[in-house]
Design a protein around this ligand. Structure first.
Ligand SMILES: Cc1ncc(COP(=O)(O)OP(=O)(O)O)c(N)n1
Ligand SMILES: Cc1nc(C(=O)O)sc1CCOP(=O)(O)O
Ligand SMILES: [Mg+2]
Length: 229
C-alpha cells in the first residue's frame, strides 16, 4: 500500500443502477482498477446489509490486490467491521447527514482515510478539516445524471480551499470533456460515477480520464512556475 498515492487521480464511485449484480460490480471495479484509480468508493443506498457486507468485503480484497484504498460511503459500522477484520485499506466517506466525523475518526483510528462532503461551502470544509477529515469533497460542479439535485458549486471554490492543506475532491458530472477544468481549478481527486461506470470498456474510460489529467497541471502550479522561472 505504501507506494500508492491516493491523494491524486481518478476517484471512481460505484452505482447500484449501473452495476446491478455482484458479477457486474466486481468485474466493473476490476476494470476500473486496471485503468488506474487513486481511490474506489463503494456507494450502495440499499438497506440490504447482507448484500452490502458481501460486496464490500469482496471489493476490499480486490482493492488490496491493486494497492488502492476502498472508501465506504455513509456507513461507519461497515467500514469499522472491515477494518476490524484486518483490512487497513478501508476508509469512509461522510456527507453532512451521515454522522459526526470526529466520532468516526475516533472509532476508525488516525490512519483511516475519511472524506467529507462540503458541497460549495468553505465553512463546512473548515469544520471537516478540524474534525479530522483526510480529504474534502466539493460539488456538484456540472450536471449530474447520478445525482441531479445535488446543490451546485462554483469551480472557483477549489482554489479557495487550498489553504486547508488537504486533498480536494471534485464531484458532480465530472467526465472526459470537463475533468481538465476541475483539475485546473485545483482538485487533486476527480470523483466520477457515470464517466467511469456508465458505458462499455470501463478500463479504457479510466485510462482516458487519466490521460486528460496528466496533460493538465493545476492553475496554482502554472502560476508558481511563471513567477519562479
Ligand atoms: C467523493 C464524494 N463526494 C461527495 C459525495 C456525496 O456524499 P453525500 O453528500 O453524503 O451524498 P451520498 O453520496 O451519500 O448520496 C460522495 N459520496 N463522495
Ligand atoms: C454522489 C454525488 N454527490 C454529489 C455532490 O455534489 O455531493 S454529485 C454525486 C454524483 C456523482 O455522479 P456523476 O459523476 O455520475 O455525476
Ligand atoms: Mg452520504
Amino acid at each position: 500500500m505504501s507506494h500508492h498515492d491516493w491523494t491524486h487521480g481518478v476517484y471512481a464511485i460505484t452505482d447500484a443502477g449501473l452495476l446491478p449484480d455482484d458479477a457486474q460490480l466486481f468485474d466493473g471495479c476490476e476494470c476500473a482498477l486496471r485503468g488506474g484509480l487513486a481511490l474506489l468508493q463503494y456507494r450502495d443506498k440499499s438497506m440490504d446489509d447482507v448484500k452490502r457486507w458481501r460486496q464490500a468485503r469482496t471489493l476490499t480484497a480486490l482493492c488490496q490486490d491493486y494497492g488502492v484504498p476502498l472508501i465506504i460511503n455513509d456507513d461507519v459500522e461497515l467500514a469499522l467491521r472491515l477494518r476490524r477484520e484486518g483490512h487497513a485499506n478501508v476508509g469512509l466517506h461522510l456527507g453532512q447527514d451521515d454522522g459526526e466525523l470526529s466520532e468516526a475518526r475516533q472509532r476508525l483510528g488516525g490512519q483511516a482515510i475519511i472524506g467529507a462532503t462540503c458541497h460549495g461551502r468553505l465553512e463546512l470544509a473548515e469544520q471537516a478539516a478540524k474534525a479530522g477529515a483526510s480529504y474534502l469533497a466539493f460539488g456538484r460542479f456540472f450536471a449530474s445524471s447520478t445525482k441531479p439535485d445535488a446543490p451546485p458549486a462554483n469551480l472557483a471554490l477549489l482554489g479557495k480551499a487550498a489553504d486547508f492543506g488537504l486533498p480536494r475532491a471534485a464531484i458532480g458530472g465530472i467526465g472526459h470533456d470537463n475533468i481538465h477544468l476541475a483539475r485546473r481549478a485545483g482538485a487533486e481527486l476527480l470523483a466520477c460515477v457515470h464517466a467511469v461506470f456508465g458505458g462499455e470498456d470501463i478500463e479504457a474510460r479510466v485510462r482516458a480520464l487519466n490521460r486528460s489529467l496528466s496533460r493538465e497541471p493545476p492553475l496554482e502550479a502554472t502560476i508558481q512556475g511563471l513567477s519562479t522561472g
